[in-house]
Design a protein around this ligand. Structure first.
Ligand SMILES: Cc1cc2nc3c(=O)[nH]c(=O)nc-3n(C[C@H](O)[C@H](O)[C@H](O)COP(=O)(O)OP(=O)(O)OC[C@H]3O[C@@H](n4cnc5c(N)ncnc54)[C@H](O)[C@@H]3O)c2cc1C
Ligand SMILES: NC(=O)c1ccc[n+]([C@@H]2O[C@H](COP(=O)([O-])OP(=O)(O)OC[C@H]3O[C@@H](n4cnc5c(N)ncnc54)[C@H](OP(=O)(O)O)[C@@H]3O)[C@@H](O)[C@H]2O)c1
Length: 486
C-alpha cells in the first residue's frame, strides 16, 4: 500500500492507497503543443519508460508561439522546432492536431481516458485596458497583430489598415511591443526573406506608417523589454529615435531598482545612450520611433468623420509611487493630459489565459491554481491526475527556455505522485490513445497526425524556397487541413 497526499487548507494530508499498477502504461495527454507541452513530453518520455504521451492541439500545426508568436525576423529562435519534432517522432508519442479541448473533447472526458492530463494551452486572450473607446476600429491587441503577420489561421483575415495613417501608437514596452514596433518600422526588403505571412508582407510593403510611439505608463527604468531586443529595434536602418532626456532622470527609488536588476540596468543604459546620440530632427521621409514614458491611456479618440475609427489616444501623465515593501513603483495619474493623433493602435499590455469547463481558474491572476504544477481545486484540494505547465501555470511571461524549467517542475510533481501512488489506480487500464481515437471518430473529427503536419511543412518549405523564404506559411484553415489530409 502507498500513501495518497491530499492538499487541504494549505497543508498536505496522507492517506493509504495502492499505487498505479506497475504493469499498466502511464497514459498521458498533454493539451497544447507549444514549448511547455513539448518540454513536458520530452521529460516524461525520458523519465518514464512506461509513459505513452499524446499531445493534442487545436491547430493543425504544432509548436504554439514558436510558430505563431516568435517574430519572422528571429528565425534562429525557431530552431528549437527540430528538438520538438524529435520528441513528436518518438514511438511512444503521438500528435493530434485539429483537436480542441472544450469543443472536440471535454476536460472530464480526457481525465476519464488518461492517467495524467497536463494542461499546456498557453494564453490565447488579452488583458484589457478597460478605457472608453477600446473597441474602435483600428485598435488591435498585439496578439491579433502578431498572429496576423505570423499567418495564424484565426487571424489571416484581420487586415489591419496600414494605409489610412502615418502614425501608430503601441501601448506597453515589453518585448512583444518591441516586436510589433520593429515589424512596422523595419525595411520590408529585410522581412521579405523571412517566413512572414505573404498577406502581411504585401500590406507592410504598402504601409504608410512612418512614425511609431512606444508608450509606457512608467519610466525607462521600468521598461519591461530586454537589452538584446531593445538593441535590435534601436539598430533599425535609417531610423530616427526620439527619447525625452528629462524622462531619464532617476529618483532614489529608481537607483535602488537599477542596483537590484542587471536587466533593467542594461536597458536603461541603452536608452540613455540612444537619447545622447539622437539627432535634433528627423530627415524628411525618415521613419521615426518615439519612446514615450510616464503616460497612461485614459481614452481613445474618434471623430464624427472617422466612421468609428480611432484618430488618437488621450493620455494622462503619470509619476511613480513606491509600492510598500515590494520595492516596485506604480504609475499614478497627475491630472495633466496630452493627446497623440494616430490611425492605428496596438495594445501590447500582456496576454491572458482562458479557462475551460470544469477547470479551477484564478480569474484575477489569469492562471490555473497549482502547487508545483499540480492543479488545485477552488478549495485547494488536489485535482488528482491533473497538472498544468507553461503560461497557463505561471501567467504570460517568460521566454521559451523558461518553459523548460517550468516543465521540469511539473514532471517532477507527476513523478512524485506516480511514485507515491497518488494517481487513482484504474481497476482496468485507462483507454488513453485508443479511447481518444474512438471518441474523435464518433464525433467525426478528422485529426491531423504529425505526418499531416510534415506534409504542411514540406509544402510550405518548397513554396518558400521559390521566393528565397524559409517557408511560405499556409494561413487558411481549409488549406491547412487539405494539405495535411492530402
Ligand atoms: C509575440 C511573442 C513573441 C515571442 N518571442 C519570443 C522569442 O523570440 N524568444 C523566446 O525565447 N520567447 C519568445 N516568446 C515567449 C514564448 O513564445 C513563450 O514563453 C512560450 O511560447 C509559452 O509556451 P506555452 O507552451 O505555455 O504556450 P504557447 O506557445 O502559446 O502554446 C500553447 C498551445 O496550446 C494550443 N491551444 C490553445 N488552446 C487550446 C485548446 N483549447 N485545445 C488544444 N490546444 C490549445 C495552442 O494552439 C498552442 O499551440 C514570445 C512570446 C510572444 C507572445
Ligand atoms: N525576443 C524575446 O525573447 C521575446 C519576444 C517577445 C516576447 N517575449 C517574452 O514574452 C513575455 C510576454 O511579453 P509581453 O511584452 O506581452 O509582456 P510584458 O513583458 O509583461 O510587458 C507588458 C507591458 O505592458 C504594460 N502594461 C500592462 N498593463 C498595462 C496597463 N493596464 N496600462 C498600460 N500598460 C500596461 C507593462 O507595463 P508595467 O511594467 O508598468 O506593468 C509592460 O510594459 C515576456 O516574458 C517577454 O520577455 C520574449
Amino acid at each position: 500500500m502507498k500513501k495518497m497526499a491530499i492538499f487541504h487548507g494549505r497543508r498536505w494530508f496522507f492517506r493509504s492507497f495502492s499505487s498505479l499498477s506497475s504493469s499498466h502504461p502511464l497514459r498521458v495527454c498533454i493539451v497544447g503543443s507549444g514549448p511547455a507541452g513539448f518540454y513536458t513530453a520530452e521529460k516524461l518520455l525520458k523519465g518514464h519508460q512506461r509513459a505513452e504521451v499524446d499531445i493534442i492541439d487545436r491547430l493543425p500545426t504544432p509548436f504554439g508561439l514558436v510558430r505563431s508568436g516568435v517574430a519572422p525576423d528571429h528565425q534562429e529562435t525557431k530552431i528549437v522546432i527540430n528538438q520538438f519534432s524529435r520528441v513528436a517522432l518518438n514511438e511512444r508519442c503521438s500528435f493530434f492536431g485539429n483537436v480542441s479541448l472544450g469543443t472536440s473533447v471535454s476536460l472530464s472526458e480526457l481525465r476519464e481516458m488518461y492517467n495524467v492530463v497536463v494542461l499546456a494551452y498557453g494564453a490565447e486572450s488579452d488583458r484589457f485596458l478597460g478605457v472608453p473607446g477600446e473597441d474602435l476600429a483600428g485598435i488591435h491587441s498585439a496578439r491579433e497583430f502578431v498572429w496576423w503577420y505570423n499567418g495564424h489561421p484565426d487571424y489571416s483575415n484581420l487586415n489591419p489598415d496600414l494605409k489610412r495613417t502615418d502614425t501608430a501608437v503601441v501601448l506597453g514596452q515589453g518585448n512583444v511591443a518591441l516586436d510589433v514596433a520593429r515589424i512596422l518600422l523595419r525595411p520590408t526588403a529585410e522581412l521579405a526573406t523571412t517566413d512572414v505571412a505573404n498577406h502581411a508582407l504585401v500590406s507592410l510593403q504598402e504601409s504608410s506608417i512612418r512614425k511609431v510611439y512606444l508608450v509606457g505608463r512608467r519610466g525607462p527604468v521600468q521598461a519591461a523589454c530586454t537589452a538584446k531586443e531593445l538593441r535590435e529595434v534601436l539598430g533599425i536602418k535609417d531610423l530616427y529615435i526620439h527619447i525625452q532626456e528629462a524622462d531619464l532622470l532617476k529618483s532614489p527609488a529608481d537607483e535602488e531598482e537599477l542596483k537590484n536588476s542587471r536587466i533593467q540596468r542594461r536597458v536603461y543604459e541603452l536608452l540613455s545612450k540612444a537619447a545622447n546620440s539622437q539627432r535634433p530632427h528627423p530627415i524628411p521621409g525618415q521613419r521615426e520611433l518615439h519612446f514615450m514614458f510616464f503616460r497612461r491611456p485614459v481614452n481613445f479618440l474618434s471623430s464624427d468623420a472617422s466612421n468609428n475609427k480611432v484618430t488618437g489616444v488621450h493620455f494622462e501623465k503619470t509619476i511613480l509611487k513606491e509600492n510598500g515593501e515590494s520595492g516596485k513603483q506604480s504609475a499614478v495619474g497627475t491630472g495633466q493630459f496630452e493627446e497623440v493623433e494616430c490611425g492605428l493602435v496596438l495594445k501590447s499590455i500582456g496576454y491572458k489565459s482562458v479557462p475551460v469547463d470544469g477547470l479551477p481558474f484564478d480569474h484575477h491572476k489569469g492562471v490555473v491554481p497549482n502547487f508545483r504544477g499540480r492543479v488545485l481545486s477552488n478549495t485547494s484540494v488536489l485535482e488528482k491526475g491533473l497538472y498544468v505547465v507553461g503560461w497557463l501555470k505561471r501567467g504570460p511571461t517568460g521566454i521559451i527556455a523558461t518553459n523548460l524549467y517550468c516543465a521540469e517542475e511539473t514532471v517532477e510533481s507527476i513523478s512524485e505522485d506516480v511514485e507515491q501512488g497518488i494517481l487513482t489506480p484504474p481497476t482496468v487500464p485507462k483507454p488513453g490513445r485508443e479511447g481518444l481515437l474512438q471518441l474523435l471518430d464518433s464525433r467525426d473529427i478528422r485529426f491531423v497526425p504529425f505526418s499531416g503536419w510534415e506534409k504542411i511543412d514540406v509544402k510550405e518549405r518548397s513554396e518558400g524556397s521559390a521566393k528565397n523564404k524559409p517557408r511560405e506559411k499556409i494561413t487558411k484553415w481549409e488549406d491547412l487541413l487539405k494539405v495535411a489530409n492530402g
